[in-house]
Design a protein around this ligand. Sequence first.
Ligand SMILES: [Zn+2]
Ligand SMILES: [Zn+2]
Length: 355
Amino acid sequence: MSIKNRAFFLTASKQLEMREIPIPKIGPKEVLVRMGAIGVCGSDVHYYSHGRIGDFVVEYPFILGHECAGTVVETGAEVTKLHVGDRVALEPGISCGTCEMCRTGHYNLCPDVIFLATPPYNGCLMEYIAYPENYAFKLPDNMTLEQGALVEPMAIGVNAVLTGKVKAGDSVLIIGAGCIGLVTMFAAKSSGASTIIVSDIIKLRLDTALKLGASHTVDSRGDIVSEVMKITNGRGVDVVLDCAGFSSTVKLSMQLVRPNGRVVIVGMGEDQLNDIPLGLLSTKEVEITSIFRYKNLYPTTISLIAGGLADINGIVTKRFTFEQTAEAYSSAYENPSETVKNIIIFEKAEEKVGA
Ligand SMILES: [Zn+2]
Ligand SMILES: [Zn+2]
């Protein structure tokens, strides 16, 4: 087999460069995956432009990308579940498996996790990647690799909704209609929430939310409190899923959740919260939780998409080839309010292995 491998390296702020790299050697429990689709995430774009997120600082050259799916082209000697030709979504966080958080089922909180495109670990913007079998999830035949790459953000929405215990007939408010807000909306809808209110400041995003499943949209520059109260007959919503994560939105969540309701903080817009109405919090008995990524949710998320419960392709703004990776990034960076999700689709991604 004469194949070569290429990867995109971030060599400086906003500089992406394609370079040839060796095909990785797979370990006994690993598979070699030919990449088919890679999403461009907000965090990727932040590293691309700013070179850091909090304490995670990029050292150049660095490989971005953590939302991906592809086709297995080789299997290690001890691989048992996957076969050549299987199409898989890769879960980007490989946890240690032995620490307290891992052993108690909270592997997303593992302090030693190796997460794609989170410094010091490189991401997946390459043609061939070696990956542990246990973190590669087989896609059913009716799912595309594009949908496979979008399992990653969607799993966050599923985590938000499960953590918020959204159930049939519930009313929910989703603050923020970017990628995570929209996938959270899909998850809320598939859990049976009947009133799904989505708020944002960008008209295009609200239109997208309405098209893809929101029952109501609210422009958060207006009087959102009275609008949501009107929709819920003055009661407030059962669950608020705050996909923005600012002081102002957490405050809004306290105001708009019904007494004894639940608030899940999904987004992380600000490091520090100010002006939180403790009085409301105390007298309403609100349950507030936060989530970090997801755990054990790839299979659930895959069945949800495969079952047609989320119009996940609807969040894709623009598609690019692998060769156009630099453009996929610059376009997401330069047009933040018009971009929900740019995605890189490899040529012949869906072609059978060996064909
Ligand atoms: Zn992401
Ligand atoms: Zn661990």
